[in-house]
Design a protein around this ligand. Structure first.
Ligand SMILES: CCCCCCC[C@@H](O)CC(=O)SCCNC(=O)CCNC(=O)[C@H](O)C(C)(C)COP(=O)(O)OP(=O)(O)OC[C@H]1O[C@@H](n2cnc3c(N)ncnc32)[C@H](O)[C@@H]1OP(=O)(O)O
Length: 286
């Protein structure tokens, strides 16, 4: 059986050491489209090592290859075809600002398996600590097409509409044609994002963008637009991947300030009739 929920949930945590350097942070920032225009002082904080600030969504790729990245998909009770895997959602809690250089311990385990009948949804939690204590917690929701129907708990429904009324701010961000090719160098080498033949087998007309690339692009847009570019103000950031993004397209990012410490966000593909891309998206901040 491809998904054995009981076995996946009973499996002990996987632990590994991770580390990163400013070069990894710079590469990640470039992969989510930072650095344009190259002379903009606000952009230099993302792409120049002497001024480097770490966008918290870097936590989703830090120490690639360790538990929690693609290797997180090979675990007890989970034996799935990569072509059926889509990233369903992501929730990040930042316990402390991310340093530009780090050595930490990452522990991952499956905390939930939901049966959506036509799919299974796996929630993989990764907790990261360094010598000074907790750094961040990441929950990845992995949508496994065709793997449901095992009689499990259906779990929560993902149907939240964006807040009523016009957004406080709307910005657009171009997705470069080579965005996925650059982004994948931060650690997610899934061929779905680079190999046209693999993408076709997976049911797409061409390679799609990594969900976590859209996730990072969106957080950067929010931080730059509403948080004065101060990356350390982000406390939590969660989203659901509601539709695919193709390289070469344009993200339309709508933002609602719902309180002094919360921004709700909806992202659509401006080049594809405003099709929803990110839903149920919240940035909690100081
Ligand atoms: C450790 C990290 C590992 C990371 C692994 C990932 C590796 C990466 O390289 C892979 C990627 O980046 S893939 C790219 C990013 N993801 C996407 O583009 C997916 C976009 N979303 C979709 O296509 C559809 O929403 C789709 C297909 C997701 C769902 O659409 P439908 O099939 O039409 O589903 P629908 O009928 O609307 O709903 C069925 C039930 O599922 C729940 N649901 C819907 N979307 C969900 C989502 N995104 N996440 C979780 N649950 C979701 C619905 O609530 C519904 O359940 P219920 O009936 O109980 O309410």
């Amino acid at each position: 059986m491809p998904i054995d929920a009981a076995k996946a949930l009973a499996a002990g945590p996987r632990t590994g050491e991770i580390s990163w350097t400013p070069k990894d942070v710079l590469l990640y920032h470039l992969g989510i489209g930072a650095g344009l225009p190259a002379t903009d002082p606000d952009e230099l904080r993302y792409v120049l090592e002497s001024r480097l600030h770490v966008l918290p969504s870097f936590a989703t790729v830090a120490g690639s290859g360790a538990p929690g990245v693609i290797s997180g998909l090979s675990m007890p009770g989970v034996d799935v075809d990569l072509a059926r895997v889509l990233h369903g959602g992501q929730a990040l809690t930042v316990h402390r600002p991310l340093p530009t250089t780090g050595e930490a311990t990452a522990t991952s385990r499956v905390v939930a398996v939901y049966d959506k009948v036509k799919a299974a949804v796996l929630v993989l939690r990764t907790e990261v600590f360094d010598a000074d204590g907790p750094l961040w917690t990441n929950d990845a929701q992995i949508f496994l097409r065709g793997e449901g129907g095992f009689g499990g708990d259906r779990g929560p429904s993902a149907r939240t509409e964006p807040p009523a009324g016009p957004p406080d701010r709307t910005v657009e961000r171009a997705v470069r044609e080579d965005q996925a090719l650059l982004y994948r160098l931060s650690g997610d080498w899934n061929p779905l994002h680079a190999d046209p033949e693999f993408a076709r087998v997976a049911g797409f007309e061409r390679p799609i963008l990594h969900g976590l690339c859209t996730y990072g692009m969106t957080l950067k847009a929010v931080v730059d637009t509403l948080l004065d570019g101060e990356v350390t103000r982000v406390r939590e950031y969660r989203t659901r991947f509601a539709g695919v993004v193709y390289p070469g397209g344009t993200l339309r990012v709508r933002m609602w300030r719902t309180s002094g410490t919360e921004v709700r966000v909806a992202v659509s593909a401006a080049d594809r009739d405003d099709a929803p891309v990110l839903a149920d998206t919240v940035v909690a901040h100081t």
